[in-house]
Design a protein around this ligand. Structure first.
Ligand code: ADP
Ligand code: 5GP
Length: 206
């Protein structure tokens, strides 16, 4: 029995806890590959280049675009963010699941070029909780924070393009929900590789 590997896209508003959720998932599933994006944004004090992001100049980002080394890219909150193509393709070719934590513009672009990708939208339990989490994180000034909340309202409208949603209320529950979605996708008959199904012979004959 060989389970198919997946390209999983995680999106959702800033501050909903995507990074926290994905890093907890990766602790439990180190066999998966977590894509590290390129960004022109300034690093936050606790962020490490090569672990959280590759922090690059606009000129370097532009070179990645021109040499088609990005699977997708988008401008988000005034900065450029993109997914390096080669590591994702290598992970998928070696049989790993590849996880992309990217915004909705990027998610839709991935779905366009890789229709079998699984798109998951992470929701906060309430708008108030989203605001609280962003405030608690303390990485944006009040006007940046307000802007991120306004963009969140636009992002919510794109949820219908996604395959699944999950609510990040209690973190452990959200991680378990993510595992269930991955499990369900791996058990889709249309994806499965199983000796009994090889050759396209129907299991149940008319
Ligand atoms: P995102 O990557 O979506 O921008 P983060 O992962 O940076 O969000 O999380 C934003 C803040 O919310 C962080 O301070 C994080 O510790 C907190 N957080 C994440 N998930 C939860 C949760 N389930 N309950 C409470 N706080 C959370
Ligand atoms: P932050 O600045 O809070 O780390 O991220 C801002 C937004 O950029 C988040 O919605 C995050 O998912 C998104 N993002 C991070 N990396 C990428 C990427 O490679 N491509 C796209 N399209 N969005 C990204």
């Amino acid at each position: 029995m060989r389970f198919p590997n997946l390209l999983v896209v995680i999106s959702g508003p800033s501050g909903v806890g995507k990074g926290t959720l994905v890093s907890r998932y990766m602790e439990k599933h180190p066999e998966s590959y977590l894509s590290i994006s390129l960004t022109t944004r300034q690093p936050r004090p606790y962020e490490i280049c090569g672990k959280d992001y590759y922090f690059v100049s606009k000129a370097e980002f532009q070179r990645y675009i021109e040499s088609q080394r990005l699977l997708e890219w988008a401008e988000v909150f005034g900065d450029l963010y993109g997914t390096p193509r080669d590591p994702v393709e290598e992970a998928l070719q070696s049989g790993k699941d590849a996880i992309l934590e990217i915004d909705v513009q990027g998610g839709l672009r991935v779905k366009n070029c890789v229709p079998e990708a699984v798109l998951i939208f992470v929701l906060p339990p309430t708008r108030e909780e989203l605001r609280k989490r962003l405030m608690k994180r303390g990485t944006e000034n009040p006007s940046q924070l307000q802007h991120r909340l306004e963009v969140a309202e636009i992002e919510f409208k794109y949820i219908s393009y996604y395959d699944y949603y999950l609510i990040n209320d209690v973190l452990d529950v959200a991680v378990a929900d993510l595992e269930k979605i991955v499990f369900a996708e791996k058990h889709r008959v249309s994806r499965v590789r199983h000796p009994l199904l090889e050759g396209g012979d129907p299991l149940v004959r008319p």
